[in-house]
Design a protein around this ligand. Sequence first.
Ligand code: SAM
Length: 232
Amino acid sequence: MSKWLDTGKIDFYLNVIHPAIPFYPEMLDQMISLIGPLGKKSFRFVDLGAGNGPITQKVLDEFPDSTGTLLDFNPEMVRFLNEQFGNRDTITIQNQKIEEWDPTPCDVVVSGLAIHHLTDEDKQECYQKIFSALTPPGLFLNLDLVTLNGFLIQELSHQDFLDRVYSKAVEKDETMDRQSFQKLSDKYIDIHEDTLTDLDTQLHWLRTLGFQQVDVFFKYYKFALFGGFKLP
Ligand SMILES: C[S@@+](CC[C@H](N)C(=O)[O-])C[C@H]1O[C@@H](n2cnc3c(N)ncnc32)[C@H](O)[C@@H]1O
């Protein structure tokens, strides 16, 4: 069973791991800035691997009349999504795998820290579906984990993140020492569940599909915000 289906992990993820993601709020601000040039006050968006909905929340804070489809394969996350957005008739929540997403026309596709769970083949298929679904001018933004160019920088990045998670864990429980943290991180931070792909390859896939102005809009070690436009 995937650890994403284990509620202990969800608790640790929401309270300790997620708040430790470096520059997450800045990356969400950047997403909003990039939506601006589309010139639409409201639009149809899709949030792939929506989790408990932080990206959707940000989009709706800035563009409250937008219509969203939120997709996640984890029933616990879908429960959070229903609690938070279930009473809005402009929001559709789907308990589904990204790999099985059946796209309908939309203006913006966002995804946060989810597509890296897909194999390279499924990532490419997902990007193809996104490109086909977007109505120009449309935008795809993926805030995700990527591989880095070499094990030294890879290790530095992972250690930097573990230190940030440890600081958050101590904020939540000041009795937490390195030894107990090690046990928790061994249990809940499993980098082997990830199937990361390097940025250059993913940018190349996007350009080949026809995305324009493909770029990396924010990057800190293995955390990257990248994507592109589908222009008329
Ligand atoms: C790290 S969380 C990020 C959630 C949210 N997007 C955010 O930025 O905080 C990744 C989410 O992707 C979902 N996920 C992972 N693999 C998935 C897949 N193959 N299909 C659908 N959802 C998936 C997980 O259930 C989880 O809710």
